[in-house]
Design a protein around this ligand. Structure first.
Ligand SMILES: C[S@@+](CC[C@H](N)C(=O)[O-])C[C@H]1O[C@@H](n2cnc3c(N)ncnc32)[C@H](O)[C@@H]1O
Length: 240
């Protein structure tokens, strides 16, 4: 199946196809026809790289930023997180493996298809099944979903990781990020995400940023947690 990307004007085209790799696992994969030297990409949550991140536990900056390091009573149930810019779902899956119930929200339909495929594969793996069951995949625009009164109070934390503009100065982004950027056209409207998220009933809003980037929308966070080459800006909601 060949699909047309959102940015037709830039002349990109992609193939979405099921590829069975040397490990015998069939994965829905996205191939950039204009980049024949790039292999296909897929949403894969069962990689050694992600396993290492998950093994770093609830004290890692991402987990602390969303509040996963705070004890919860059985009555409270799992921390409810909206990953409002899900992408390939790696951050969201990490949070689910660390105990959160995660709504993965993505506006690009092709990326959503990759996410659904990743979840189905994770459901079939013993060590990942419970986390995959705590994940739901929503297709839509974050600004609308967050502002929808039907979703009021649904999430404890809203997590935002929009693409950072390619300033041409930094090292080339990863192959996955480069293809995602070409598929979606980048997230030039990223600043518009923060105010609706802050106006929601979520107790905190977390934004992932490159270390040296200004805060999203120029709005200073309440707290920051530093990671490697990136940081998590945390906005605590005084009304929640
Ligand atoms: C940098 S990627 C996220 C990577 C992700 N954190 C991960 O771990 O794989 C950003 C994603 O957010 C999506 N996105 C950006 N703005 C959005 C919006 N307003 N609503 C829904 N999805 C959005 C983009 O389509 C893109 O797939």
């Amino acid at each position: 199946m060949t699909i047309t990307p959102d940015r037709e004007a830039r002349g990109f085209s992609f193939a979405l196809e099921t590829v069975t790799a040397a490990d015998g696992i069939a994965r829905l994969s996205l191939r950039a026809l204009h980049r024949p030297k790039f292999g296909a990409i897929c949403a894969d949550w069962l990689t050694p790289d992600l396993a290492r991140r998950i093994a770093a536990g609830r004290k890692q900056p991402l987990a602390k930023a969303v509040g996963l390091n705070k004890p919860r009573t059985p009555d409270e149930g799992p921390l409810q997180v909206l990953d409002a810019t899900a992408g390939l779902g790696r951050d969201g899956f990490t949070l689910a493996m660390l105990g959160a119930a995660v709504s993965l929200l993505e506006r690009n339909p092709t990326t959503c298809a990759l996410l659904r495929d990743a979840r189905l594969r994770a459901l079939a793996v013993t060590g990942a099944q419970a986390a995959a069951e705590r994940i739901e995949i929503l297709e839509g625009d974050a600004v609308q979903v967050i502002a929808d009164p039907a979703n009021h109070g649904r999430w404890d934390a809203i997590y935002l990781d929009p693409m950072y503009p390619d300033d041409g100065k930094s090292a080339l982004p990863s192959k996955e990020m480069q293809l995602l950027r070409e598929l979606t056209g980048g997230d030039a409207d990223a600043d518009a995400l923060l105010l609706p998220a802050l106006a929601s009933a979520a107790r905190r809003v977390v934004v992932k940023r490159p270390s040296k980037a200004p805060p999203l929308g120029g709005i200073a966070p309440s707290l920051q947690f530093d990671g490697t080459q990136l940081r998590f800006d945390v906005y605590l909601n005084p009304r929640a």
